[in-house]
Design a protein around this ligand. Structure first.
Ligand code: AGP
Length: 588
């Protein structure tokens, strides 16, 4: 959460930082700010709202060195004062993470005469730098950090130092070397197109970044050599690719994500993990939000392939009430970003309990990959929209491959075929728009299904509520009569998924129960006979390409993602940056 950028080089820092912040805005967008250093002075602008709000004051920023921040508020409301950078004495700082002991540090420094301006936990870092600075910036940063509890990535300016410092503890910080200067960013995406090589800063390291280069020191302030790797990226990863929003661009990449994920599974030797799963006494999956919803699908897929019990756990619960594991257990941590604090904590607890840890993640350099025993890559490319779409589809592809111990090639072939069908669903945008228009006219939207359709219903509901702000819920169709039926009337839409031949008669019963209470129904099905029977009786019906029931979720999930996208646009929302949310929840 929150985004950090820093630049030191031959160009004006303001423009570089502004561009970097725009790329990082999906990490948090409550407020934004920039400090630059020129002629021994620090120039700062900051404002609540989006990065664009800084544009009118960019002319105030001088110098070729600077730091910037885009915020997702944790402590203190999203206003101009609480926006980063925070300034005190000769220092300006930006911070990602949470300083848990800020209140006691604030009290201690206040007693020393320090005056605080904001309600943030972060401001205390600028005060600690001022308190400990005796002419050595790195030393002051090291001493300041020795007083902190919590997690952080910090970039800081000092009037007496022609450059900036960076350190981290639990929050990501990536250094970059470019043609015209040196960078730091909390996310690789901000470095694409600007840095030629990158280095993930290690926890406790301190980097001094100047227009002449980067020096890195360890926790004892001894110089250390860290490797820089070439930064490879594809042109199409940056920007919306001609689409009005990232969300649409990313849904359109669902099919290629399935193809790329299958190929990577084979080429990175992930097939060996199947033997590990075969021998496991239990398989436990942990994740949050959409990643947890993908784990629900994994329970069905892996449960059908292996004999041991398989269970999915919400990471924020599992970390306080972890399932029992042994040396023979396998934990699969599912996380698009690989940085979600709750997932990391739960995975660490299960690994410490003896479990072998597999990380299913889209970000190969993320925190989770550094302590996982094996990484199964999701090859979705950069996912910028806050709502996860293609990464969910990629996670499903990973689980299909992990669930095929005997015939991986056959499974891969089936997934290549389903990728073609996903493309057909994406091209059927008119059906999605039609159902979306029913959603925006409804007081609430329920997503129902049976069997594997339930997992997709739950994810479809999350997608709709997060981007359109329409109230929705997803649950098993059989549960309707046990309570939710009380909410059904003509102002409520129920989207019923029917993609499993063996359960379709039961799902039809739910449709009848809703229609007889005058509720509106939209049916999404892969079964032509269901479409033929129901399409004339319901408000909308969408026939997806025929698919075996265990693969249908690729198609129905894509359909629900498109519906959520269109509903958000029709409701006048920004689907890429839903209010109050941010991509990658790195705080607890
Ligand atoms: C999904 O649309 C969400 N924005 C959110 O639920 C997300 O899936 C969750 O925060 C987990 O993130 P991760 O996959 O990066 O760990």
């Amino acid at each position: 959460m929150c985004g950090i950028v820093g630049y030191a080089g031959g160009k004006s820092a303001a423009g570089e930082l502004f561009e970097g912040l725009k790329k990082l805005e999906y990490r948090g967008y409550d407020s934004a700010g920039i400090s630059t250093l020129g002629g021994g002075s620090i120039f700062t602008i900051k404002k609540s709202g989006r990065v664009e709000g800084l544009a009118p004051r960019m002319g105030e920023l001088e110098g070729c060195v600077g730091i910037g921040h885009t915020r997702w508020a944790t402590h203190g409301e999203a206003n101009d004062v609480n926006a980063h950078p925070h300034i005190y004495g000769s220092f300006s700082i930006v911070h990602n993470g949470i300083i848990e002991n800020y209140a006691e540090l604030k009290a201690e420094l206040s007693a020393e005469g320090h005056v605080f301006f904001s309600h943030t936990d972060s401001e205390v870092i600028a005060h600690l730098l001022d308190y400990y600075y005796k002419g050595n910036f790195a030393e002051a940063l090291s001493l300041a950090c020795s007083r902190l509890k919590g997690c952080w990535a910090i970039a800081a300016l000092c009037k007496q130092f022609q450059g900036f410092t960076v350190t981290r503890h639990g929050s990501p910080a990536i250094l970059g070397e470019g043609e015209d200067g040196f960078f730091v960013a909390s996310d690789m995406y901000a470095l694409m197109g600007r840095a030629r090589s990158y280095c993930i800063l290690a926890d406790g390291d301190i980097a001094l970044v100047t227009p002449r280069g980067i020096s890195i020191y360890d926790g004892q302030l001894q110089p250390v050599a860290r490797n820089f790797s070439p930064l490879e990226w594809e042109e199409e990863e940056v920007g919306t690719g001609g689409c009005p929003h990232y969300m649409l661009k990313e849904i359109r990449q669902n099919a290629r994500t399935v193809r790329a994920t299958c190929r990577a599974f084979a080429s990175s030797g992930c097939g060996g993990q199947c033997s590990r799963l075969k021998e496991a006494d239990k398989i436990v999956l942990v994740g949050c939000g959409t990643a947890y919803n993908a784990a629900l699908a994994a329970v069905r897929l892996l449960g059908g392939a292996y004999e041991c019990p398989v269970s999915a756990h919400i990471a924020s619960e599992a970390r306080y009430d972890p399932p029992r594991v042994t040396q023979k257990s396998v934990c699969i941590a599912v996380s698009q970003s690989g940085e979600t604090a709750d997932t990391i904590m739960a995975a660490k607890i299960l690994k410490d309990g003896g479990a072998y840890l597999i990380a299913v993640t889209n970000v190969g350099y993320s925190a989770i990959t550094r302590f996982a025993d094996k990484v199964v890559p999701v090859c979705a490319g950069a996912e910028v929209c806050v709502a996860a779409t293609k990464s969910y589809i990629g996670q499903l592809a990973c689980f299909h491959m992990l669930a095929a111990p005997c015939a991986p090639r056959v499974r891969c072939g089936a997934l290549m075929k389903i990728a073609d069908d996903i493309e057909r669903v994406v091209s059927d945008g008119v059906y999605a728009a039609n159902i979306a228009s029913l959603c925006v006219k409804s007081r609430a939207v329920f997503f129902l299904g049976r069997g594997a359709d339930v997992d997709v219903a739950v994810e479809g509901s999350l997608k709709l509520k997060e981007v359109s702000y329409i109230f929705s819920d997803g649950y098993p169709a059989g549960e309707l009569k046990h309570g939710t039926l009380a909410l059904i009337d003509e102002s409520v839409l129920s989207v019923v998924l029917i993609c499993d031949e063996s359960l379709c008669e039961k799902s039809k019963t739910a449709v009848e129960q809703i229609l007889s209470r005058k509720g509106k129904v939209a049916v999404i099905t892969t079964l032509p006979h269901i479409y033929a029977e129901l399409s004339a009786r319901v408000s909308a019906a969408w026939l997806l390409p025929c698919a075996p029931s265990h693969l249908a979720h690729f198609l129905s999930a894509t359909a629900l993602q498109l519906i959520a996208y269109h509903a958000a646009v029709m409701a006048g929302r920004d689907p890429d940056k839903p209010r109050n949310l941010a991509k990658s929840v790195t705080v607890e």
